[in-house]
Design a protein around this ligand. Sequence first.
Ligand SMILES: *Cc1c(COP(=O)(O)O)cnc(C)c1O
Length: 230
Amino acid sequence: MSLQDRIQNVEKSIQAACARSGRNRSEVNIVAVTKYVSVDMTRSVLEEGILHVGENRPQNAIPKWEALHGQGTWHFIGHLQSRKVKDVVGKFKYIHSLDRISLAQELDKRAAAIGEEVLAFVQVNVSGESSKQGLVPAEVEDFLKEMQSYSHVKVIGLMTMAPIEEDPELTRPVFRGLRELRDELNAKAVTSEPLTELSMGMSGDFEVAIEEGATWVRLGTILVGKGEES
Ligand SMILES: *Cc1c(COP(=O)(O)O)cnc(C)c1O
């Protein structure tokens, strides 16, 4: 299948999920996850008009960013080691994997040094799987309060990963849990501005995630392929 066909199919699925859940298509943003594909494929994705690209490893992402001269908006979606932060800040506008204060400190320091602001999602382990990164839901409120003192890191929402399921319907409670957590935090006005964003949904489960309120879906395989084909 061509890239254009993949994009069209995904677009149809997103529109259908929005229609089923009474949402406006404009509320859902696509991050094309290019971690499996080449620089050339990433360039094609950008040329097709996809604005946001996501990568999960600095050693692969930075050469790609440089080859493409930073076209598009870059999202860091994987576990981020503090010592890699200096390579990422200034290139990646969004970090989807904020999961500890020591990382916030380093992000804040590096962003302040270049006079930029990093937009962050707090990663939450809603499913409770031991293999998953992220804060447990009960820790998020205190974490957000502490985040208020880092003026160069702006938390805009929450991110989660659902367990891999044969039946995507089984992921629904995880996505719903993240939305309810966000709504509770907003009702308590934990942050100075309400958290608007939910980064949730991947190739296997993005339609359910959209039905549950995703504002960013992170799509690799289904959108850009796994690298063997163009
Ligand atoms: C790889 C990855 C994705 C995309 O995965 P697909 O299933 O290929 O769509 C999304 N989010 C994160 C954090 C990833 O590491």
